[in-house]
Each structure stands twice: as structure tokens, then as C-alpha cells.
Design a protein around this ligand. Structure first.
Ligand code: ADP
Ligand code: MG
Length: 238
């Protein structure tokens, strides 16, 4: 379950309205990409959904329940950050288990979830290592593992690959797409990279200055961009 609805959501920082009234529905199980130039409001929108920022007005619903004033930890969503933010002194196992230990989950259930996540992410042989003994891609997988064990209604990714080199980025793109196929959980993925958007998305939301220029499948946007901004951004020949 992970249908997310934004109803006339706005966000201002001081006197500056960064997100003018915005309506958007993200269907359960969909891989949605927010794409747009730097500063257009992608991260702000994701943080509003995550609850890391409060909306200035409007409503956010998760599975038709009003989540607007629900604190981040209770929204049932998992945010995967761009920086790995792993604990260097803890093993991979402890890093992945961390959110569950904080939630005082039963030990056996923690072990079950960590093993399952490690298996999905091909980290089973690395559970006793520390982050410093892993490659960049493996560290990114540990960060994703820490999200998976929470069994969230949706995963929120904010440019998770921007710290990786080009070759690794291509591999991780594939891994995240495969993960989505396996888990069939709603994923929202923020990027300013058109190639990532076009290759990973079920649906692309093109943002410009905080408003939605167009929403559609990669093919729809490529074939029928609504305007030159979308065409230019998607790399459509129009
Ligand atoms: P993107 O992720 O697309 O690069 P952001 O969501 O980070 O864009 O930022 C959108 C706009 O909101 C930018 O103009 C940015 O300067 C502004 N902004 C973001 N966070 C804050 C904040 N905490 N205080 C003031 N302005 C902010
Ligand atoms: Mg950003």
C-alpha cells in the first residue's frame, strides 16, 4: 500500500513561495521520477511528502489517510539519502538493523528482516564488515537495506547516485529498477538527470520553478512534450 496524494500543497520559505498550489497523485507501486533543473523544488517536494518539512497549506494523504500533520517516523515511508550516512563503527548488519533496534522490535524479527534485505541486495557475505571495508556501490546498498527493513509503504530517493562515479551510477540505476520490480513498492526518485528519468520511470513528473509542467510516461513525454521546456529537458526531437 503506498498511494500518495498531494492536494493543493504549497510551501513558502519566508516570503518566497517555492511550491505554488500543486496537485499530484502517485499510484501504489509506481516508480515515479521527479525531474527538473537545480533549484526547481524537487527536494522540497520530497521532504514535504516525507514530513521533513511542513506544508504551508494543502493536504498530503497516504493511502487515503490524512498524513499532513503526521510526524516523519509515523508516515510509513523510507527516505534514502544521497550521502550514505552509515555508522562507520558499526557492522553492516548493525547499520541495517539500526532503525528496527530504535523501534525496539523483537530480536528474531530484526534478524529475519536484515537477512531478507541482505539477500535481496546481495549483501549476505558482507554483513560482518564495516562500511569502510565496502565499495561505494555496496555502501549505497547498505543505505537502501536500512530502508527496506522498515517495510515502508514507499521509498523516497533524493539523487541517491550523485556521489557515485559514472560507471557505478549505471549499475546502481539497474539495481534500483530491479529492486522495484522485486518489491513492487511505490518509489519516488528525484534526479536532475534526464537519462535516469527516462530509463527508470513508470511516470515522470517534470518540475519547473515549483510547478508541474507535465506528467506522463517516458514515451508520452518523448512523443508529445507539452512545450519546449519539457521537450528540451527530455531530449525530445520536437
Ligand atoms: P532542487 O532539489 O530541485 O534542486 P530545492 O527543493 O532544494 O530544489 O529548492 C527549491 C528552492 O527552495 C530553491 O530556490 C532553494 O533555494 C529554496 N529552499 C530550499 N530549502 C530552503 C530552506 N530551508 N530555506 C529557504 N529556502 C529554501
Ligand atoms: Mg535537491
Amino acid at each position: 500500500m503506498g498511494r500518495i496524494t498531494l492536494d493543493k500543497v504549497t510551501k513558502s520559505f519566508g516570503a518566497v513561495e517555492v511550491i505554488p498550489p500543486l496537485d499530484l497523485t502517485i499510484e501504489d507501486g509506481e516508480f515515479t521520477v521527479f525531474v527538473g533543473p537545480s533549484g526547481c523544488g524537487k527536494s522540497t517536494l520530497l521532504r514535504l511528502i516525507a514530513g521533513l518539512e511542513d506544508v504551508s497549506s494543502g493536504q498530503i494523504r497516504i493511502d487515503s489517510k490524512d498524513a499532513t500533520d503526521v510526524p516523519p517516523a509515523r508516515r510509513g515511508l523510507a527516505m534514502v539519502f544521497q550521502s550514505y550516512a552509515l555508522y562507520p563503527h558499526m557492522s553492516v548488519r548493525k547499520n541495517i538493523a539500526f532503525p528496527l533496534r530504535m523501534a525496539r522490535m523483537d530480536r528474531a524479527e530484526i534478524d529475519r528482516r536484515v537477512e531478507a534485505a541482505a539477500s535481496v541486495l546481495n549483501l549476505t557475505d558482507y554483513l560482518d564488515r564495516r562500511p569502510g571495508q565496502l565499495s561505494g556501490g555496496q555502501r549505497q546498498r547498505v543505505a537502501i537495506g536500512r530502508a527496506i527493513v522498515r517495510e515502508p509503504a514507499a521509498f523516497l530517493f533524493d539523487e541517491p547516485l550523485s556521489n557515485l562515479d559514472a560507471a557505478l551510477r549505471v549499475g546502481m540505476r539497474l539495481e534500483i529498477s530491479e529492486l522495484h520490480e522485486r518489491l513492487t513498492t511505490t518509489m519516488i526518485y528525484v534526479t536532475h538527470d534526464q537519462v535516469e528519468a527516462m530509463t527508470m520511470a513508470d511516470r515522470i513528473v517534470v518540475l519547473r520553478a515549483g510547478h508541474i509542467e507535465q506528467v506522463g510516461s517516458p514515451l508520452e513525454l518523448y512523443r508529445t512534450p507539452r512545450n519546449l521546456f519539457v521537450a528540451g529537458f527530455i531530449g525530445s526531437p520536437r
